[in-house]
Write a new protein. Structure first.
Ligand SMILES: Cc1cc2nc3c(=O)[nH]c(=O)nc-3n(C[C@H](O)[C@H](O)[C@H](O)COP(=O)(O)OP(=O)(O)OC[C@H]3O[C@@H](n4cnc5c(N)ncnc54)[C@H](O)[C@@H]3O)c2cc1C
Ligand code: FES
Ligand code: FES
Length: 1298
């Protein structure tokens, strides 16, 4: 849709499968009969263009542009700092814009629902929600309060006396009002067309498919009889992904949407009849109305269906997906089928000459998908009966994320009692998610008829259900034990619900459920988060025109929101440009016997196939020395160049590779240890005398923790455009990277040309997080080789699936530890071994292992310490840098054993933390001095701001009163060392030109990937040159302007480039000073003109040599870091012990960022990283097949945090009066540190699990691995149900005792 040819590139492509919302557009339709215009949001990536006949499509460009008018939605999103990398922003704008077209003053619930289908990997959502809240009638947060104080907090608790702090990151005063009368109208010609043109069958023919859209049932039946295999496509949310990702091709597609009877809505006294083509949003509205109209007794089925609809997909999916499509596709993950089947719903089916009505449950007979709907049959409508007296109905679901995630398991249950009794007359239980379709516990239901609703019936029911729903060990999609546990837990929840309803109906006869069980009947709801951000105000004497220290909007914020900000895939096509699709290995370790490209070469539009033989010089993209050997699944074997992306991909699928499998195949850390497969060198750090110290301790704790990997999931996938310039072997390479210099070096080496022929350009990057360094170089080399061979421009944009498959991510980690401590909680000795899964090439794995050792002490003094770091060599795609670089893993190991010590000593975890925290000027385990004053301040302030102790008491009370729901709280300190280990890695350059009109062009070696570096650099230049930011422009980072720039990594971008920019500006100012002195009242423009006349050079470079950092690994000593950032976070959670679900209730963060150059940017980094940390530690789970094939290759299988995952109350304070002599304007680099604080949620969950286990008198020592998913939480909350499933009271891996 956002085709290059029409140059509407604002709409972004993040996944192609409806899972991320980056491609959201607004569809408007006009209904002549009612004269109503309907606006709804939809995912462009799944919208067949033929389905849009007669509709108006509004993309972000239609909402507003900088050349016409910036719409209030765009303005507010930008000014509230709701964009960082900006790649998700057009999608966000479209979701909010569509909401406002329908509801100009939306409620908080409507906002949360509208954005549930939009993912953002950068911001942590808070600022996006703040922008939305400004459209609400209700005053919702501190931001809208004029006095700058938040309604959430008591003033006295928050602010230190005498300290001037701010809580406003934006001012609402300057916002344009939203004026609905100014919106685009529905195109009159489409209205006329709808009114005047008789409805006729539409046929669209494409290269491979024909789309037929009939208007009458007769015609539809004829078509279906003629083409029984053709799918009926309404929303395309089921057929579309199958065609895109599973290679299914339907030469004919029938679109039944315009057949009136399929849109029927009939409401009678007995029930509702809904046309099969009704969109789920409409179904939701109809059910909501019906529920308000009919007495409660009649609406129990409707309520249960509505409950499932609330969390089914995102709004964009529900707006297009049809009720019939959800039913007929009979997916195991259908949330509607179990409840509709349990609710005795009927299907009205029609074919040529035949009409019949069958119970929906029939299409799931015997638990296997069978073809009770004939190929020529059409589902016309669905009948949902009203519930009867004495009938109770419920629906349940548990998903990896509460919203916009397919269920792991779901259920629909209904019971009908003999009148006036609790004797079962009829019972219906259906489950989804467990096998390949919905299944019915039919025999169980029959066996229980006549039984009373009591404990005996419950245990019999659970026993029978487990027997009947016998999931194979490797259940569909895995997690067999968890699914079984959910299956019985859901029934138990139904049992409780019905007991409670019976009591409401007849309190004399039915006692209901114990008080402490009551809360489990409420599911967690997504509430609009309340938030506050606190930072120190600028000094009173600072001139108003000096922007440093102020919350300045991202330099590209408005362009992000209007879609004008360009990414690689948005660059205009170059004449003759080719598209590249890569072919990857499907074996983890094999010899390539043959590559057959003959079929692929015959494909339409195919230009060439690029192999290793086409590399003119160094082959940077071979993983092993032997090009015939593949060493991971996802290794690039060859690439197809074609005239379009589609043609290239189609041909790539036809390349046949024959392999000879090689041994060994090493996938896990355990296997690498077994095969002694490591990258060298192995690293060790030691201080004190560990062995001796262990002799003196009171207790020893030994254990290990597994920490899973993490996918970067930057919203813009890896992208390159290589353009040969036709002269002197010059080539322009436009690439989404954090490190243009390495791209230049790798491309030049591949092509065998000097680096001065390769010009690498980076305007902006749609998120990187460490993932766009060497991997980007590899892909750029592939594209450059193709461009070199074909002499054409070549574009390579990885699909989300390929990106996840090929590029690796954060290292999976095993931390083994032995800790000696005293009964008073003092740590005496630690002996630890860290193993990281490096994958198949060295990449930066040894460096990651080193950093994990250097940072493993986190905030604690460990007098005797020995730790080893091993980078395992395996047959997984190579893992690489990721925000935090080893620290998030090794510090989690430390916090785990700290918690273990607390359990063993009976002290609270926070006491053990306090006892062992660095207190005075001390040395780290590698003998670097540190002053922990700000660590203690952060800790104390966090304790105070979070009201830790009073909330801990309240939680204890809550836990006493609630059996199936528990709360937990944890506070975690952090010391984050800043530095890159050696001087040369932190050198930086800048180039500043002043033109004779006074405008300034600034460039430096840093990359803008969302972290606001260009904004900060313009702030620096503005202060130094004493001119407004508006006079300064940043164009792009390029190897032509800044040679040999270091990578933008390790939170260092602003520190080092800031110094270089300052240097360049000072040089210029020095040159201008005599002119200024001569004419002090003159303007900037006067001085510049005069300088030009006097032949004063108006261009200067600036340079920063880098920090004096070094580490001697032989001695285990050094100064690898320049300074330390400190922080602390306190999080509170609530868990549902029956499902393992949890809710993040509150987080308070205090962070020491020195003197912030831009508090909005810094707070944005903290919040965004923190939410990414929540993902790492509690949600994001990579799954591989036993052969090493990554299963989780898109947002449908891999869940990053969404709005429903951010804490309901979220406060971030920047520590005041913090100075840093080492960095620009006393600031500190903050890009990475916040991520680790996400582990406060992990430990809060652990705290909640601990109270469950204490109450149930389960074993005290237990280990929880990361990510701490609902599956693990459920297993740790062992009870009768887990016992039924596993056979005995189970607990997750036990940590071994002393
Ligand atoms: C990102 C995403 C998230 C999702 N999340 C959820 C979720 O959380 N829970 C959930 O339950 N589902 C979820 N889904 C699935 C979605 O609800 C279904 O794909 C959707 O309801 C199918 O409707 P459709 O109109 O898009 O079907 P289409 O793709 O248009 O058609 C689906 C199939 O149904 C058949 N069909 C359609 N109408 C008829 C008819 N009238 N008669 C006979 N056959 C017919 C077609 O032949 C086709 O085979 C999700 C899908 C996506 C893409
Ligand atoms: S690109 Fe369409 S939803 Fe992700
Ligand atoms: S700003 Fe949302 S993904 Fe980058």
């Amino acid at each position: 849709m956002a085709a290059l040819s029409v140059r509407l590139t604002g709409t972004k492509y993040g996944c192609g499968g409806g899972g991320c919302g980056a491609c959201t557009v607004m569809i408007s339709t006009y209904e002549p009969a009612s004269k109503k215009i309907r606006h709804y949001s939809a995912n462009a990536c799944l919208l067949p263009i033929c389905s849009l006949y007669g509709t108006a499509v509004t993309t972000v460009e239609g909402v507003g542009t900088t050349t016409t008018r910036v719409h209030p939605v765009q303005e507010r999103l930008a000014k509230c700092h709701g964009s960082q990398c900006g790649f998700c922003t057009p999608g966000m704008v479209m979701s909010i814009y569509t909401l406002l077209r329908n509801h100009p003053e939306p409620t908080l619930e409507q906002i949360a629902a509208a954005l549930a289908g939009n993912l953002c990997r950068c911001t942590g959502y808070r600022p996006i929600l703040d922008a939305c809240k400004t459209f609400c009638e209700e005053s919702v947060c501190c931001q809208s309060k004029a006095n700058g104080k938040c309604c959430l907090d008591q003033e006295d608790d928050l602010f230190d006396k005498g300290e001037k702090v701010c809580t406003r990151l934006f001012s609402t005063d300057e916002f344009q009002p939203l004026d609905p009368t100014q919106e685009l109208i529905f195109p009159p010609e489409l209205m006329r067309m709808a009114e005047s043109q008789p409805k006729r069958t539409l046929v669209f023919r494409g290269e491979r498919m024909t789309w037929i859209s009939p208007v009458s049932l007769d015609e539809l039946l004829d078509l279906k009889a003629t083409h029984p295999k053709a799918p009926l496509v309404v929303g395309n949310t089921s057929v579309g992904p199958e065609m895109k990702f599973r290679g299914v091709l339907h030469p004919i597609v029938i679109a039944p949407l315009r057949v009136p009877v399929l849109n029927l809505v009939k409401c009678t006294d007995d029930g509702l009849t809904l046309g099969a083509a009704c969109r789920l949003t409409l179904v939701k509205d109809i059910l909501t109305n019906a529920i308000s109209e009919f007495p409660e007794e009649k609406t129990k089925i409707l309520r249960a269906v509505l409950q499932q609809l609330r969390t089914l997909g995102g709004e964009q999916i529900r707006n297009v997906a049809s009720l019939g499509g959800n039913i007929v596709s009979r997916k195991s993950t259908s949330d509607l089928n179990p409840i509709l089947a349990a609710g005795n719903c009927m299907l009205n089916l029609v074919s040529r000459g035949r009409k019949r009505q069958i119970p929906l449950s029939d299409i799931f007979a015997d638990g296997a998908s069978n073809s009770t709907i004939m190929p020529e049959e059409i589902l016309v409508s669905i009948y949902i009966p009203h519930s009867r007296k004495g009938e109770y109905v419920s629906a349940f679901r548990q998903a990896p994320r509460r919203e916009n995630a397919l269920p792991i398991t779901n259920a629909g249950m209904r019971v009908l009692f003999e009148e006036g009794t609790d004797m079962i007359k009829d019972l219906s239980i259906f489950y989804g998610g467990s096998v390949s379709t919905t299944i019915c516990a039919k025999q169980t239901c029959q066996a229980l008829i006549g039984r009373y609703w009591n404990e005996q019936m419950l245990s019999e029911a659970c026993r029978l259900i487990l027997k009947e729903i016998a999931l194979p060990g490797l259940a569909w999609g895995g997690k067999a034990d968890y699914k079984k546990t959910l299956i019985v837990s859901f029934f138990y929840r139904f049992f409780l619900e019905v007991l409670q309803s019976l009591k409401t109906m007849d309190p004399c006869h039915y006692p209901g459920i114990p008080m402490e069980y009551g809360s489990v009947l409420q599911d967690f709801q997504t509430k609009m988060p309340q938030s506050i951000q606190i930072y120190q105000d600028i000094e009173p004497g600072q001139p108003p025109e000096d922007p440093v220290g102020r919350p300045i909007m991202h330099q590209s914020g408005i362009k992000h929101a209007t879609g004008e900000a360009l990414y690689i895939d948005d660059l205009p096509s170059v004449d003759g440009e080719l598209f590249l699709a890569v072919v990857t290995s499907s074996r983890a370790h094999a010899k390539i016997v043959s590559i057959d490209t003959s079929e692929a070469l015959k494909g339409p539009g195919v230009f060439d196939i690029i192999t290793a033989h086409d590399v003119p010089a160094t082959n940077e993209f071979y993983y092993s020395n032997d090009p015939e050997i593949v060493i991971c699944v996802g290794q690039i074997v060859c690439a197809v160049a074609a005239d379009s992306d589609v043609h290239a991909k189609q041909a790539a699928a036809k390349v046949k590779i024959e392999y000879e499998v090689l041994e060994p195949v090493i996938l896990t850390i355990e296997e690498a240890i077994k095969h002694n497969s490591f990258f060298e060198p192995k690293r060790k750090l030691e201080q004190g005398n560990v062995d001796q110290a262990f002799e003196t301790v009171d207790k020893i704790l030994e254990g290990q923790i597994h920490i899973g990997g993490q996918e970067h999931f930057y919203m813009e996938t890896q992208s390159v455009l290589a353009v040969p310039k036709g002269e002197d072997k010059e080539m322009d390479v436009y690439v989404s990277t954090q490190h243009p210099a390495i791209i230049q070096e790798m491309v030049a080496a591949s092509l065998g040309v000097p680096a001065n022929r390769i010009m690498c350009h980076v305007k902006r990057v749609g998120g990187a997080f460490g993932g766009k360094l060497l991997k980007a170089g590899l892909l750029a080399s592939v594209a450059a080789v193709a461009a070199n061979k074909t002499s054409r421009a070549v574009r390579l944009v990885l699909s989300r699936g390929d990106d996840m498959l090929i590029t690796g991510g954060r290292h999976p980690f095993i931390g083994k530890y032995k800790v000696g401590f005293m009964n008073d909680g003092r740590i005496i000795a630690v002996d630890a071994k860290f193993y990281i899964n490096g994958g198949c090439t060295p990449d930066e794995s040894v460096l990651v292992a080193e950093v994990s050792l250097l940072k493993m002490d986190n905030a604690y003094r460990i007098p005797n310490l020995r730790c080893w770091g091993y980078a395992c060599k395996t047959n997984l795609p190579s893992n690489t840098a990721f925000r935090g670089f080893g620290f998030p893993q090794s510090a989690l190991v430390t916090e785990t054993w700290i918690t273990g010590i607390a359990e063993k000593t009976g002290l609270s975890p926070e006491k053990v933390r306090e006892i062992n925290m660095y207190r005075e000027n001390e040395q780290t385990h590698f003998k670097q001095e540190l002053d922990p004053q700000n660590l203690i301040r952060c800790w104390n302030e966090c304790m105070e701001k979070s009201a830790y102790y009073s909330r801990k008491t309240a939680i204890k009370e809550f836990n006493k009163q609630n059996y199936w729901k528990k709360k937990g709280i944890a506070i975690v300190p952090m010391k984050f060392p800043f530095g890159l280990g050696t001087r040369y890695l932190s050198q930086a350059s800048a180039l500043v030109h002043i033109y004779t009109d006074g405008s300034v062009l600034l460039t430096h070696g840093g990359i803008e990937m969302g972290q606001g570096i260009h904004t900060k650099m313009i702030q620096v230049a503005s202060r130094e040159l004493n001119i407004p930011m508006s006079c300064i422009h940043f164009c792009e980072t390029s190897t032509t302007t800044i040679p040999n720039a270091c990578a933008s990594v390790g939170s260092a971008g602003t520190d080092v480039n800031g110094m270089a920019v300052k240097d360049a500006c000072q040089t210029l100012l020095k040159r201008l000073q005599p002119i200024i002195n001569k004419n002090p009242k003159g303007t900037w423009n006067d001085w510049i003109k005069e300088a030009f006349k006097q032949s004063v050079s108006l261009s200067a470079t600036g340079y920063f040599r880098g920090y004096n950092e070094s580490m001697d690994w032989e001695k285990g000593e050094g100064q690898p870091f320049t300074y330390f950032l400190y922080g602390a976070a306190c999080s509170e959670v609530e868990i549902n012990c029956l499902t393992g679900d949890h809710k993040n209730l509150r987080t308070d963060i205090v962070m020491d960022v020195g003197c912030s150059i831009n508090p909005a940017v810094d707070i944005g980094q903290i919040e965004g990283a923190f939410v990414q940390g929540i993902g790492l530690y509690t949600m994001e789970e990579l799954k591989y097949s036993p052969e090493g094939v990554l299963y989780t290759r898109g947002p449908d299988q891999y869940k990053i945090p969404a709005i429903c995952d951010i804490p309901e109350q979220f406060s971030v304070s920047l520590l005041s009066s913090s100075q840093n002599p080492y960095a620009i304007y006393a600031s500190k680099g903050i890009g990475e540190a916040g991520l680790f604080l996400g582990c406060s949620v992990f430990f809060a969950l652990r705290d909640a699990v601990t109270s469950v286990r204490n109450e149930r008198e389960l074993k005290k020592t237990f280990t929880l691995n990361s990510p701490l998913t609902p599956e693990q939480i459920r297993a740790a909350c062992a009870d009768d149900f887990t016992e039924m499933v596993i056979g005995s009271i189970c607990s997750p891996q036990e940590g071994s005792a002393e």
